[in-house]
Design a protein around this ligand. Structure first.
Ligand code: SF4
Length: 680
């Protein structure tokens, strides 16, 4: 492309893996990445990078498997085509469907500018709010639960101020493996005297540093959190002044605690009362305290209740709105926060502005020059259900490998096979793209400009370091081409800066953010005006919604419990060495050597009972299907529970998981499935 200028030195950009958003310098020689180093000036990473960021980039970017040309399926085989032909073909197909017959899946890996265009394409061109992305599988309950309690569903604090915390309560998160640089900061703070409470069914590496470890049963979070609240209330460890001045509905909540049965909490969580008491006392008396949580809290059919229970605990102890004191959902993918901010969700436009609000819609209609659909669309799994019913006939998927990340994959595959038209836009051929009629090759992060928003709401600049590989194109360019061809107006962008300017004009929390202002170290939203310095800590004087609101939550067990046919509980998670569906990390030799395949972690007593030895091949089955994996006898797991990741297509763990979902957030229960295990 004409706009490519050979970099004179290293190019400063953002790591494409997790939501920490470390800044990296890419060394370029002869148009290729030859080295990666951490940026010493970045306030988050201070030059540090984890194994994925440091060693996991150049090989996947330059991998020979990269898609370099558009592909159209003819007689069951993909055939390379020119861009014009592929775009015209995709448009001619998408054009045939009514708004209720199409849906769009956006990408937590793509930039803010790209997600903004993808949701604009869905709403303004296809006239549908059927747009969603993988946040539905990770932090949808954070958005619903924290927005209800505080008015805003995002990390309340900054990564940098965690060092001010006197106590960390890490719940349902494996921080040192999934957000390694934050994990490193926590270890450092603990070495400097901070207290650490860990609650997780799996004995994660941070347990070695913990003052209290609660090995809870999967899905028992509401019981644990409510028990901690009861103990804090009964022992007078609550912050009455904060409760009186900053919150509402406390009396109702207090009443619910009176009736709460601690013995039942012990039975459900599987944790001794003395340990729960120790954790409650430590969290309530070491101030400021910070709660960090991830998908162990959210991926349940009661994920929103879990998040409400987290909010209750923080408000009860006044641990909000101060350095080191807050509620911090750790977002998984590099730009899952940004994809949500940009309105790649079925019920909100950019900036979480409701599509059903006439005034909001009128503003977007006037800016975009089109009429917009007022009714919220379908969420990710509702879209799959509608595909299965043949109500949705065409799907446009950008940068998501649904065929490994979603629950109940056998059902998903059957549904996707019913589509009349599937177009997938990605950097590699993957299990989802295999099912498509058209595959559009996009560039990686290193080949484009834009912004990512990390887990602490920091908008950071992504910079182009190399030319696009082959004939691949940035996602924003591809979506804009589809929009131009189908609509003719509103997609005439020639660079990402122009798109970002449109974003700021319509998104109040991004209004004061410009490329110039974020060029060094980024800025944290909300940033409502050009003179505003950004917001490192939320809810300092008042909550976004005014007062914080308590909610009495009732324990709901997971949809599946062990029984005679399926006697084990499978819980899933991630490893340090691979990322999400592994599309990028499995193409890095070093990472593949560190973890070459899926394993099933099982407690020694269970293994003995099943006559399974380390490395034996086992068959794991749930009510939805079976997979094979090598057994690993593990001290991290308690008897009755097994653990697997979902990074490997050969095993496809999500064949086993349950698509039953939270009625509010619509997230599936990926963390609990009843399974049986047989030695092969
Ligand atoms: Fe990349 Fe996350 Fe590792 Fe930082 S911690 S280098 S953002 S994967």
């Amino acid at each position: 492309p004409k706009d490519y200028v050979k970099p004179e030195g290293p190019v400063s950009t953002i790591c494409p893996y997790c939501g920490v958003g470390c800044s990296i310098n890419l060394e370029i020689s002869r148009g290729k990445i030859v080295g990666v180093s951490g940026d010493l000036n970045n306030p988050i990473s201070n030059g540090r990078l984890c194994v994925k960021g440091r060693y996991g980039i150049k090989e996947f970017v330059h991998h020979p498997d990269r898609l370099t040309n558009p592909l159209i399926k003819r007689d069951g085989e993909f055939v390379e085509s020119a861009w014009d032909e592929a775009l015209e073909y995709a448009c001619s197909k998408l054009y045939q469907y009514r708004p209720e017959e199409v849906a769009v899946i956006a990408s937590a890996k793509a930039t803010n500018e790209e997600n903004y265009l993808i949701q604009k394409f869905a709403r303004a061109v296809l006239k549908t709010n059927n747009v969603d992305h993988s946040a539905r599988l990770c932090h949808a309950p954070t958005v619903t639960g924290l927005a209800a309690a505080f008015g805003s569903g995002a990390m309340t604090n900054s990564i940098g101020d965690l060092k001010e915390s006197a106590c960390f309560f890490i719940l349902g998160a494996n921080t040192s493996e999934t957000h390694p640089i934050i994990g490193f900061d926590i270890k450092q703070a603990v070495k400097n005297g901070a207290k650490l409470v860990v609650a997780n069914p799996v004995k994660i590496p941070l347990v070695r540093y913990a003052d209290v470890y609660l090995q809870i049963n999967p899905g028992s979070d509401v019981m644990l959190l409510s028990a901690m609240c009861k103990i804090i209330n009964d022992e007078g460890l609550l912050d009455q002044e904060f409760i009186d001045q900053r919150t509402e509905e406390f009396d109702q909540f207090k009443k619910s605690l009176k009736k709460f049965d601690l013995e039942q909490a012990v039975a459900v969580t599987g944790v001794p009362l003395e340990d729960i008491r120790k954790a409650a006392r430590l969290y309530a008396s070491s101030k400021p305290a910070s709660i960090l949580y991830a998908m162990g809290v959210t991926q349940h059919r009661h994920g929103t209740d879990n998040v409400s229970a987290v909010a209750n605990l923080a408000m009860l102890t006044g641990n909000l709105g101060k350095p080191g004191g807050g509620v911090n959902p750790l977002r998984g993918q590099n730009n899952v926060q940004g994809a949500c901010d940009m309105g790649a969700l079925p019920d909100v436009l950019p900036g979480y502005q409701k599509v059903s609000d006439d005034q909001v819609r009128a503003r977007f209609e006037s800016a975009w020059g089109v009429k917009l659909p007022p009714a919220p669309g379908l969420s990710l799994l509702e879209i799959i259900d509608a595909v299965d019913r043949k109500q949705i006939k065409a799907l446009y998927v950008v940068g998501e490998n649904l065929m490994l990340s979603d629950p109940d994959l056998n059902h998903l595959k059957k549904a996707l096979m019913k589509l009349e038209f599937l177009v997938v836009q990605d950097i590699f051929m993957n299990e989802t793209a295999e099912l498509a009629r058209v595959v559009l090759p996009s560039t990686t992060f290193a080949e484009k400009e834009g912004t990512f928003t990390n887990t602490e709401r920091r908008v950071q600049r992504l910079r182009k370091a190399i030319n696009p590989v082959g004939y691949s194109k940035p996602d924003w360019w591809i979506t804009a081409q589809l929009g131009k061809r189908l609509c003719g107006k509103g997609f005439d962008f020639s660079n990402s800066t122009q798109i970002f300017e449109e974003i700021r004009s319509l998104t109040p929390s991004y209004a004061g953010i410009t490329y110039e202002r974020v060029q060094n170290n980024g800025m944290q939203w909300p940033c409502p005006s050009i003179n505003h310095p950004g917001t490192p800590i939320l809810h300092v004087e008042a909550f976004t919604r005014g007062k914080g609101v308590f909610k009495a939550v009732k324990y709901l067990p997971p949809a599946e419990s062990p029984d005679t046919e399926y006697p084990f509980i499978l819980t899933t998670g991630r490893s340090l060495y691979h990322f999400h569906t592994g599309t990028m990390t499995r193409r890095v030799r070093g990472l593949k050597q560190l973890q070459p395949m899926e394993t099933l972690e099982i407690a020694a007593t269970d293994a003995v009972g099943l006559e399974i030895e380390d490395n034996d091949l086992v068959n794991v089955s749930s009510r939805r299907g079976s997979v094979r994996a090598r057994a690993r006898i593990s001290k991290r797991i308690k008897p009755g529970t097994i653990f697997m990741t979902f990074h490997f297509p050969e095993t496809a763990t999500n064949i086993l998981t349950n698509a039953v979902r939270d009625p509010v957030a619509k997230i599936p229960e990926l963390k609990v499935a009843a399974v049986k295990i047989e030695k092969v």
